[in-house]
Design a protein around this ligand. Structure first.
Ligand code: AMP
Ligand code: MG
Length: 394
C-alpha cells in the first residue's frame, strides 16, 4: 500500500499546470490564481497625509500654549495644499495631504481655535499624526506572487494600487462522471435496487467551491461501451477527468479496462481511511483521477488527494493542508491506515461523530472538518490533534 504522502507526491511529480493566463476585471477575480507576480506600481499613500482632524504646523515654530498661530489655509481630503507659509498653521482633515513645510499635525481636541487662528494647548511630538507617503506600500515592492489565489483583501490591495485588470490562470476544466447501474438522480423516483447518486453533487459542489469549470458527464452505466464513449468525450472537453466508482477490481468495475485501452491507468491501494482504491492515469492524453465509489471516500479522497493535484493543475502555488492544532474530546485507537476522522470543533475541543463508518455520509455534513490520525497513532482525550477545517480546504 502507498502512504497518503507518497500518493500525493507521485501525483504532484507527474503534474504540470494545464491552464494558460487571461486578463480579467479585478471585480470578478475572487478565488482566481494569479498568473504573474504583482509589483506595486505606486506608493500608497501617494503623499504624506493627516491621520486626524486638526492643524498642521511646523513643530519648531510652536509659540507656547498661550499664543495664537494664524491660519493660512484649510485643507480637506481630496484637495491639493499650497506650501505652508512660515509662522502659520493649516486647518486640516483626516486623509488630506499635509502641506510642504508642515511636519506635525495636532489633533483638534488639543487646540483652542477661532476662525483665523489656533492655540495649540498641548504640543504633540515632532511628526505626530502624519501617515507618511509609502507607509502602506512602496512602489517596486512585490505584493503578491504568481500562483496566489485572490481573497477579498487581496482584491482591495490591488485596487489600492490602481490595478483594474489582473492576469490570472483561466479556470481549470474538470469533467466529472459517476459510474454505476444502481444510481438514480435526485428528484426522480427511485426503483427497487437503486440508490441516489450523491457523488455527482459532492464533486460538483467541491469543484465549484475551488473555482473550477465543471464539465458534467452525468452517469455512465456499468457497460464498457458506454464508459468508453463517456470517457472519450470527457477527454475531449476537459483538462482533467474525475470519476467516482468502478475502480475496484470487481467484475462490474469496467473503468480499468476501458481507460487502459484509451490511455493508461494505475490502480493504487492507498493507506487512507476512508478511501483505499484510487486510480490515476490518462485518457487520450487527458489526466484522469478515479475516486472510489463510496460517498464518504469520495469526499475525503477528493479533499486530501485530489485537491493538491487539481490545485497544481490550476497553477495554484500552495497545495498544502495547513492543519490547526486542537484538543481531542475523545479517545481513538490508531490503525494501519491514515484515518481522516469527521469531527466538529467546540470551544472545548474536537468532538468525534459517533459513527466513523465509511458508509455514513451524514458524518461529513454534521461536522466542520477532518482530523488526520497518522498510522498507528492513538488519540487520547486532551491530546493535541491535527485538525483540518473544511473552510481552509476551500
Ligand atoms: P464501486 O466502487 O463502484 O464498487 O462503488 C462502491 C460503493 O459506492 C457502492 O456501494 C456503490 O453503490 C456506491 N456508489 C458508487 N457510486 C456512487 C454514487 N455516485 N453515489 C452514491 N453511491 C455510490
Ligand atoms: Mg460501481
Amino acid at each position: 500500500m502507498l502512504s497518503v504522502s507518497e500518493a500525493i507526491g507521485l501525483l504532484l511529480n507527474d503534474c504540470k499546470r494545464l491552464v494558460e493566463g487571461e486578463e480579467i476585471d479585478l471585480v470578478s477575480s475572487l478565488g482566481r490564481s494569479l498568473a504573474q507576480d504583482i509589483i506595486a506600481p505606486i506608493d500608497v499613500p501617494p503623499a504624506d497625509n493627516s491621520a486626524m482632524d486638526g492643524y498642521a504646523f511646523r513643530h519648531a515654530e510652536w509659540p507656547g500654549a498661550e499664543k495664537a498661530i494664524p491660519l493660512s489655509q484649510r485643507i480637506t481630503a481630496g484637495s491639493v495644499p499650497r506650501a505652508l507659509s512660515p509662522g502659520t498653521a493649516a486647518r486640516i482633515f483626516t486623509g488630506a495631504e499635509v502641506p510642504e513645510g508642515a511636519d506635525t499635525v495636532v489633533m483638534q481636541e488639543h487646540c483652542e481655535a477661532s476662525e483665523n487662528s489656533v492655540q495649540i494647548k498641548k504640543l504633540p511630538v515632532f511628526g505626530a499624526n502624519i501617515r507618511p507617503r509609502g507607509q502602506d506600500i512602496g512602489a517596486g515592492q512585490k505584493i503578491l506572487s504568481a500562483g496566489h489565489r485572490l481573497r477579498p483583501q487581496d482584491m482591495g490591495l490591488l485596487a489600492s494600487q490602481g490595478i483594474g485588470e489582473v492576469s490570472v490562470y483561466r479556470r481549470l476544466k474538470v469533467a466529472i462522471l459517476s459510474t454505476g447501474d444502481e444510481l438514480a438522480e435526485p428528484g426522480s423516483k427511485i426503483r427497487p435496487g437503486q440508490i441516489y447518486n450523491s457523488n455527482r453533487f459532492t464533486m460538483h459542489g467541491q469543484l465549484s467551491a475551488w473555482g473550477f469549470d465543471i464539465v458534467d458527464m452525468g452517469v455512465a452505466q456499468d457497460d464498457p461501451a458506454v464508459i468508453r464513449e463517456t470517457f472519450s468525450r470527457a477527454a475531449d472537453e476537459a483538462d482533467v477527468i474525475l470519476s467516482s466508482g468502478g475502480v475496484s477490481v470487481g467484475e462490474e468495475d469496467h473503468v480499468k479496462d476501458v481507460v487502459e485501452s484509451l490511455g493508461a491507468i494505475d490502480l493504487w491501494r492507498i493507506a487512507i481511511k476512508p478511501g483505499k482504491p484510487f486510480a490515476f492515469g490518462q485518457v487520450l492524453g487527458t489526466p484522469f483521477l478515479g475516486l472510489p465509489g463510496n460517498p464518504v471516500s469520495v469526499f475525503v479522497t477528493l479533499l486530501i488527494i485530489g485537491r493538491p493535484y487539481l490545485f497544481a493543475c490550476q497553477g495554484i502555488a500552495d497545495t498544502a493542508l495547513h492543519p490547526h492544532q486542537q484538543r481531542a474530546l475523545f479517545d481513538k485507537k490508531g490503525s494501519a491506515r491514515e484515518d481522516y476522522l469527521r469531527v466538529r470543533s467546540t470551544a472545548d475541543g474536537l468532538e468525534l461523530f459517533t459513527s466513523q463508518s465509511s458508509g455514513v455520509l451524514f458524518s461529513t455534513s454534521w461536522g466542520d472538518g477532518l482530523v488526520r490520525q497518522k498510522v498507528g497513532e492513538d488519540i487520547s482525550r486532551g491530546g493535541l490533534l491535527e485538525y483540518i477545517p473544511y473552510a481552509v480546504l476551500n
